[in-house]
Ligand binder design. Structure first.
Ligand code: ADP
Ligand code: MG
Length: 729
């Protein structure tokens, strides 16, 4: 069996770099596989083009007749690029993407009139076999059918020989069965709310678009080595394996050059991204060995979310060409850093202003402060919900594991802005004197741009940090679909802006305050109310956990505990009020996420039990037998004196027996715990059992298996070791 490991090692060490040309002018191919504005102009009638444009810009509905023309143009464009199939591309609630390919090709029933067909109805709506996608009971209660509907705000694209049409996935009765539909509704909610507030500062603002720039971290492992590990293949992470002597302590990977095999993979990937219109910009090594990061230029949130999902797909496919496997898991290896997906978020107006970027005039800075403080207030009100939005079995390994943001949500804003808020806190109540106004304008609000220029202190331990002209939500997991966190963040800020506007308007009408006075008054109260959420210190420290508890901040370290906030009355009201999700839709997601949690831990438990018993124990026994033979031989030669020469061997023989017994007992106990968990009445109880009764066995079993790895002859050990996985490139 050890031969699999050694064959994999041989294959990995014999790899040659798959050379890929660096394209000097990426702009020339950018978006050439996307049905973007340019190709729409070329392939659509002007009426059809206008209809799509208006749907994108203003959310208007597209007439069925025009849909036929759009489909025709899209088909001609696609066929001219060698496309044979089309698919409705969507994001079911499992976090991945789904597609079912249909050929353009059609014939009459008797096989005559072969033709490539694609009409408006195929473009606009499809009915995939929905029964296999999770629905959290929505379809059981209402109707069994689900359908996908075209989302014109995200352009169709070609992948391979397939035309992919981004769609939402909804039940027959209109409930969202995917991640995209609620996101689109949240984007509408924040557009409306933020536009209303932005109008205080500029009457010409008609639309506010949330922007997202994600940073994707990942590990690259040689494909043969990955295939030699049943745990990596089935769970995306290593369930056991002794930490290698060398890890990330020298930081030589982070600061070193990108290995050439990897660089060629990155080039190939970037070329694919360019064709697909994904504007990737940066690539670099990350902290852990064989860990890397890639980030694009930020985009409108819906498109950015689609691009991240698509990218994760493309990354895996391109990796195959280079004999790599991409590990997106948040914690694929013990003892070295895990992976996250920072979500950089801001708000942009159709007048070209970043609302989280200070401007040149006191008024534009007051606008900045308004959106800045309202975001802090939103996070402060809904920190628990924000934590819930990033909860998953795999992200639990990261949050609170002293290397990634803690499970406590707090906001970092830097010293200078902290000082600005302190000064604003002293603003008088009610009407402001002319002197106070002047002082505020000149000395507080007016100084912000200068202040931010040298705002260089960045706190890497903060889960939600202001970084100059955007907030960076760092606690998002590397496997996550950004849609869930973005739906929540945009919803809570939308709700907050609606409340803010109501308060400001009330002060203007009832107290007869001027607009800026009213704004200062409301912001001042927010500053007082949000002190608990602001934290500038070390988020990894124990002291912060204690302090956060005193401040009343939540600290949910596990998914079942964290998810609960999703179905709180406060959360249900929020999503319902904003028309983002009905109570049914929220409950459905809660159930699905608990189910997914249970399935993940269940699979990990099974795989761990399997490799512990079928790889580790037999290997240990094999080595123990060698030792026993050795001891027998020594006894033959030395007779009664053998014990002095066989002393160490005997100790190891006993140690091995001890570890084998411990593994066996604990695997049995874990199986019993799984049975008990499966027998629970509700999915909630099952999830808690898996979390607190099943999962603890993982560490115990791993401990004994890893000890055996240290004892057993390297030549017979079957599982590819950490040093091999992490340092082969
Ligand atoms: P880092 O956080 O690694 O130091 P940067 O701060 O330069 O890097 O930017 C990180 C990410 O932030 C990039 O992906 C970029 O596209 C994104 N970003 C920059 N400005 C905005 C914005 N206004 N809205 C959303 N994302 C943004
Ligand atoms: Mg960052």
């Amino acid at each position: 069996m050890a031969s699999i490991r050694f064959e994999a090692l041989k294959a990995a060490s014999n790899r040659t770099t798959v050379m890929v040309e660096e394209l000097p002018r990426k702009s020339e191919i950018f978006g050439s596989n996307v049905f973007n504005d340019k190709s729409m102009r070329q392939h659509l009638t002007s009426e059809a083009y206008k209809a799509v444009r208006s749907a994108i810009d203003h959310g208007t509905k597209i007439d069925r007749k025009l849909a036929d023309f759009i489909a025709l143009g899209m088909k001609e464009w696609a066929i001219s690029k060698g496309v044979t199939h089309y698919t409705h591309w969507f994001q079911p609630l499992t976090g991945t993407t789904a597609e079912k390919h249909d050929a353009f090709f059609e014939t009459s029933f008797d096989g005559s009139d072969p033709v490539e067909k694609f009409g408006g109805s195929q473009l606009v709506q499809q009915e995939p076999d929905a029964s296999s996608f999770p629905n959290g009971g929505i379809r059981n209660t209402f109707e069994a059918r689900g359908y996908t509907a075209w989302d014109p705000t995200s352009p169709a694209f070609i992948f391979g020989t397939t035309l992919c049409i981004p769609t939402v996935f909804v039940s027959y009765t209109g409930e969202a069965l995917d991640n995209k539909a609620p996101l689109l509704r949240a984007l509408t909610a924040i557009d409306n709310a933020a536009t209303d507030v932005a109008k205080y500062f500029d009457k010409n603002v008609k639309k506010v678009t949330p922007t997202l720039g994600w940073e994707q971290e990942y590990f690259l492992i040689d494909s043969s080595l990955a295939a030699s590990r049943p745990d990596i293949l089935q769970t995306g992470r290593t369930l056991l394996g002794h930490v290698s002597a060398k890890g990330q302590q020298l930081e030589d990977h982070y600061f070193g050059s990108i290995p050439s095999r990897v660089l060629n993979y990155m080039r190939d990937l970037e070329n694919e991204c360019m064709l697909l219109g994904i504007p990737v910009k940066t690539r670099h090594n990350e902290v852990a060995p064989n860990q890397f990061e890639l980030a694009p230029i930020f985009e409108e949130t819906n498109l950015a979310v689609d691009h991240n999902s698509l990218l994760m797909d493309v990354m895996q496919k391109v990796a195959e060409r280079h004999y790599f496997k991409v590990l997106f898991h948040e914690k694929p290896f013990k003892g070295v850093n895990g992976s996250g997906k920072h979500n950089n978020w801001s708000l942009a107006t159709d007048t070209g202003i970043n609302l989280l970027s200070p401007g040149k005039t006191p008024m534009s800075n007051l606008q900045f402060l308004t959106f800045f403080i309202n975001t802090i207030k939103a996070v402060s009100e809904y920190e628990e919900l924000l934590r819930a939005s990033i909860a998953s079995a795999s992200n639990d390994h990261r949050l609170g594991a002293n290397e990634a943001p803690p499970a406590i949500i707090s906001v970092f804003i830097g010293q200078q802005l902290t000082r600005v808020l302190e000064e604003l806190e002293g603003v008088s109540s009610g009407k402001l004197s002319p002197e106070e106004k002047t002082d505020l304008k000149l000395n507080v609000v007016g100084k912000i741009p200068d202040v931010l220029l040298d705002n260089t202190d960045r706190n890497r331990t903060s889960p939600f940090a202001f970084t100059g002209n955007k907030f960076e939500f760092r606690a998002v997991g590397s496997t996550a679909n950004c849609a869930t966190s973005m739906t929540t963040l945009n919803s809570i800020v939308a709700k907050q802006l609606i409340d803010f506007k109501a308060q400001v308007d009330a002060l203007i009408e009832k107290e007869n305050l001027k607009k800026d006075e009213a704004i200062f008054n409301v912001l001042r109260e927010y500053i007082k109310e949000t002190k608990a959420i602001l934290f500038e210190g070390d988020g990894y420290s124990d002291a912060w956990e204690e302090e956060a508890a005193k401040r009343g901040l939540s600290n949910h370290k596990t998914t079942p505990e964290a998810l609960k906030a999703k179905i709180s009355q406060k959360s249900l009201d929020l999503f319902e009020q904003l028309n983002v999700m009905s109570n049914t839709e929220v409950h459905a997601r809660y159930e699905i996420e608990l189910e997914e949690y249970v399935k993940k831990i269940q699979i990990e438990g099974r795989v761990l039990g399997d490799i512990a018993r079928n790889h580790v124990i037999p290997t240990a026994i094999k080595y123990q037998n060698t030792l026993i033979e050795n001891v027998k031989g020594l006894k033959e030669i030395f007779g009664a004196d053998f014990e002095s020469v066989a002393k160490e061997q005997i100790i190891i023989i006993k140690k091995i027996s001890g570890h084998i017994a411990a593994i066996n007992e604990n695997v049995h106990a874990m199986i019993d715990a799984r049975k008990a968990a499966n027998a629970m009445d509700s999915i909630e109880d099952t999830a808690y059992e898996y979390c607190f009764k099943v999962k603890p066995f993982f560490d115990i079993i791993r401990h004994h298996a890893d000890k055996l790895e240290l004892e057993v002859d390297n030549e017979v050990w079957t599982l590819t070791k950490y040093r091999e996985l992490l340092f082969t490139r």
